[in-house]
Design a protein around this ligand. Sequence first.
Ligand SMILES: Cc1ncc(C[n+]2csc(CCO)c2C)c(N)n1
Length: 200
Amino acid sequence: MNGLSCGTSNIVGVRFAVYPMADNFVEIIKGALKEVDTSKVWVQTDDITTCVRGRSEHVFDVAKAVFIQAAKTGTHVVFNGTFSVGCPGDSEGDTYMSEDDIRLNEEASRQESVEAATHFALYPMDNPDYMQVIADQVKTAEKHGTFTKGVHYASRLDGTANEIFASLEEMFVDASKTKERAHVTMTATISANSPSTKDN
Ligand SMILES: Cc1ncc(C[n+]2csc(CCO)c2C)c(N)n1
């Protein structure tokens, strides 16, 4: 297959980085990546970001776990990432789509209660109804109790990292079900242990 051919599955992916605001950032980043079980996803880390691809539950499980493992050190850590589903041409790594749905890092993540604040934005691509899709999904975060307010170009979520990732996952996955082979992207900036007072 060439780079522009369509994949056969609804592979989900995220490209993200964590930024620990500490002198020992290398140790925190490498430690977090090492703590997390990535055996059910396609994963590649370089000097800039990490890319994780596979079934949505495993992509969210791994992204959340890396953030939580870095943030549980108490260091101010920021996660910045872009999630994507239905990207035309995304096919390499389809083998990971046959993994079962048992999350490998959920138990470890649940042990940690890390307070976090998020700006996220949902982008339903090639969909004239995108504003309605976004409004419907924000209602999900309201129902979860994580939505705090709309800001320019994003919405704010507050809660534990486990609660925030649950909202992000449900909104992203539901938005991708609004039409056949929908292409949806979502950006998220998630901050934990910030010394700044919350402006919400
Ligand atoms: C999740 C995640 N993946 C990759 C990087 C990029 N990065 C910056 S410093 C460092 C360790 C030294 O090589 C790495 C891999 C990141 N920040 N967060």
